[in-house]
Write a protein that binds this ligand. Sequence first.
Ligand SMILES: NC(=O)C1=CN([C@@H]2O[C@H](COP(=O)(O)OP(=O)(O)OC[C@H]3O[C@@H](n4cnc5c(N)ncnc54)[C@H](O)[C@@H]3O)[C@@H](O)[C@H]2O)C=CC1
Ligand SMILES: O=C(O)C(=O)COP(=O)(O)O
Length: 469
Amino acid sequence: MAAPRDIVQRSPGTDGSHTLSVSPTATFHSPRSNSFMAGSFAHRAAAAAKQLKPFNTEDIKILLLENVNQTGRDILKAQGYQVEFLKTSLPEDQLIEKIRDVHVIGIRSKTKLTAKVLSEAKNLLVIGCFCIGTNQVDLDYAAKHGIAVFNSPFANSRSVAELVIAEIITLARQLGDRSLEMHRGTWNKVSSKCWEIRGKTLGIVGYGHIGSQLSVLAEAMGMSVIYYDILTLMAIGTARQVPTLEALLEEADFVTLHVPETPETKNLISTAHLERMKTGSYLINASRGTVVDIPALIKAMRAGKIAGAALDVYPNEPAANGDYFVNDLNSWAEDLRGLNNIILTPHIGGSTEEAQRAIGVEVAEALVRYINQGITLGSVNLPEVTMRSLTLDEPNHARVIYIHRNVPGVLRKVNEILAEHNVDKQISDSKGDVAYLMADISDVKTEDIKEIRDSLDALSSRIMTRVLY
Ligand SMILES: NC(=O)C1=CN([C@@H]2O[C@H](COP(=O)(O)OP(=O)(O)OC[C@H]3O[C@@H](n4cnc5c(N)ncnc54)[C@H](O)[C@@H]3O)[C@@H](O)[C@H]2O)C=CC1
Ligand SMILES: O=C(O)C(=O)COP(=O)(O)O
């Protein structure tokens, strides 16, 4: 791996905003350059002499945590980026040390990228969440500091839905308990309170990617499906939307939760809600650990109100594999483990080969598009802006990216700065307080780049400037 050369650097602005600059001394060294050189070498070399040089991808430093799949690692390494890979998440102090240095960080659901952590990330351009949930990242802080965030919105939805189907049958037939008894050498053949799932009602809370996928699978097995969502959503098959959470809880034999972690979903299922559920019903949570009040669930199960539960997620989850409940992370741990007919899994809803491979590809490709081209398609916190790929065959072209506060008069000022060049194409969009402008300009000489960048940096609206060429 090439030694880092200080090509991409972010300098703090007076207002805490940053500039990303690409050094004109960078050598043409990306895989894109390899394919370019593979043509007619003499012709291409002559053309290259006229061209501005793109940044050196080998200077992009990436930290991947939480065992991001090989597919993603391969895509990033193939670009020539420096990729450091760790199997686990990191405690906050170590995370802060590491994040200071990198341009890109890839995480899954465990790593908390809070404002405190992100404020130390002086070079950070982009965050890749190699998962669905983005609740672990302070998205607003990231946007206001020009840091794009990408995720994989549905590549593991099917895996979660299949896990829930397995859990519905496992709970209905008390399979977990029977299996544990056999492991201990006890033959306990019972049919009392063991049920078929055919004809039972599944209540899905949160009818998004996972909830709706689950709806199809459950109906195929003869279940009736009802769902509750804050949005009015089209029913799939013969599923039926109910108007309130309470209506769902009163009617469902199985309640399964597929909402994101938000302030509104914290303790969405607590004592009052458990009381509304049918006696002998079941609860499944593969969403986020904060959604269920665990002590309330323990009480409801001990009282026989809830006949079984499956939990895949917990309010505190460890950074790495190993001891969990014995660490006394949670005062309720022993009580939970002591219950009958409860399935406890270590956040494996999305943990299949298929899902992880697909996520690796999807998020890594989004990162490459953003790093190399500034394209924000699929970003969860910045406006989605795209233009055709930068073409390196065209001499003296540059792509200007100006992330700025969404205030009046910015476009006029930016265009005054760009006016000395030919603006081939320009696009701008905003999301809340933040706007993203992308312009491809020609007739740019290497020495113009610094001037363009400095002029944009001087604007009071600036959050981050990037000039790619
Ligand atoms: N256990 C695991 O390994 C995994 C867990 N997840 C979790 O599952 C969650 C759901 O995933 P998707 O279905 O892909 O998300 P999604 O965004 O497609 O669907 C979520 C649905 O919940 C609804 N919703 C939001 N707040 C609500 C509320 N207060 N009450 C009722 N409905 C509400 C939304 O309107 C939306 O329709 C993710 O946010 C993530 O936290 C996702 C993947 C794997
Ligand atoms: O995709 C999600 O949101 C998940 O909860 C799965 O998280 P993980 O990638 O297993 O840390």
